[in-house]
Design a protein around this ligand. Structure first.
Ligand SMILES: C[S@@+](CC[C@H](N)C(=O)[O-])C[C@H]1O[C@@H](n2cnc3c(N)ncnc32)[C@H](O)[C@@H]1O
Length: 324
């Protein structure tokens, strides 16, 4: 499949709809770059005015989709998630539990890929492990990185922060002991290429802690959940005040994310699809299950000590050519 190829628009008849492969199947069956698939899907839905058999978006909604997610704006109130979203706090606990049992050596190199405002190192990582490891935080958004840096400085945590796109940055092969990435891959243009690079960077036996948003965010469902849990914890007035001020920026970002997921600009997958993709890349899965109220998947995996020739990851130069 070349860059000029397109995924054909839905014909609308039920038979062709049920026969139509999912986005995941298309990626698996016709290996190609994720952004090419996404662009093709966008073109197809733009041409037909429909997407997945539904009536096309309003012009306002379509314009919003094109704008994508403004991580820079989101960064300012991102940390509200720590106080208002119990599902986010659970992910921090999951990471803490994982890392306590991961058996990382003294001086282990740990990378947070798409680390955002640095919550997983500053709040999730037990202090003892944080100070005995070499921490690296990579994120493409400057405001996310500067907020993270401020936290690390406040906590006197030594972290190498890197503001770069995960697709273009290169670590030495087999140099990292552990890579974590939480709800960041889905937003990258070529998440599989990034996962393949991550495999290359891990030492044999190196650990992977991955959470990825796989299902389309349902804003109404999240609003109801956040309202319910915050009214219980904070009372009606405080909960409403928070959710109607900063909470609105988060809600707006979530709507943009959902729009991008619907048009195939962002990667969506089932738990099974996510696991299979990682296995194809050579990772050995230790644990896989839905988290984040079923919207994301958690994978704990490792790079095998001996990598067979068929499972060998692509060299950095090959990264953008093919899906596995
Ligand atoms: C939803 S936030 C998650 C942040 C953090 N992992 C957390 O859970 O708190 C997604 C992050 O991915 C980053 N990101 C998106 N695309 C990226 C890319 N191509 N390279 C590096 N970071 C990226 C964004 O800047 C943002 O900080």
């Amino acid at each position: 499949m070349g860059t000029g190829d397109k995924i054909h628009a839905d014909s609308g008849d039920p038979e062709s709809l049920s026969a139509r492969p999912s986005t995941y199947e298309r990626i698996r069956n016709a290996p190609t770059d994720f952004h090419i698939v996404a662009r093709a899907a966008n073109e197809a839905s733009a041409e037909s005015g429909t997407h997945h058999g539904r009536v096309g978006p309003s012009p306002r909604r379509a314009a919003r989709r094109l704008a994508g997610v403004d991580w820079h704006a989101y960064a300012e109130c991102y940390d509200l998630l720590c106080s208002v979203n119990p599902a986010y706090r659970e992910l921090l606990t999951e990471f803490g539990n994982f890392v306590r049992g991961a058996g990382l050596r003294q001086g282990a190199e740990i990378l947070d890929l798409g680390g955002g405002t640095g919550n997983f190192f500053s709040l999730g990582l037990p202090r003892q492990i944080a100070v005995s490891s070499r921490l690296i935080h990579l994120d493409s958004d400057s405001r996310m990185v500067s907020i993270a840096q401020r936290k690390y400085d406040e906590q006197q945590l030594q972290v190498r922060t890197i503001r770069r796109d995960a697709h273009t940055f290169v670590f030495p092969a087999a140099s990292l002991d552990c890579i974590l990435s939480v709800n960041a891959l889905y937003a990258m243009p070529n998440p599989v290429a990034v996962l393949r690079k991550a495999f290359h960077w891990l030492r044999p036996g190196g650990r992977l802690f991955l959470v990825n948003l796989g299902r389309v965010l349902d804003s109404a469902d999240w609003r109801a959940f956040l309202l319910r849990t915050n009214v219980r914890d904070l009372g009606v007035v405080r909960a409403l005040r928070i959710l109607l001020t900063d909470g609105r920026v988060i809600a707006r970002a979530n709507e943009r994310i959902a729009d991008a997921q619907r048009v195939g600009q962002f990667w969506t997958h089932s738990t099974e699809e996510f696991g299979t993709t990682l296995q194809h890349l050579g990772y050995e899965l230790d644990e896989i299950r839905p988290v984040y109220r079923g919207y994301s998947d958690l994978v704990i995996a490792h790079k095998p000590s001996v990598v067979g020739p068929s499972e060998h990851p692509a060299t950095p130069g090959d990264l953008d050519d093919r899906y596995v």
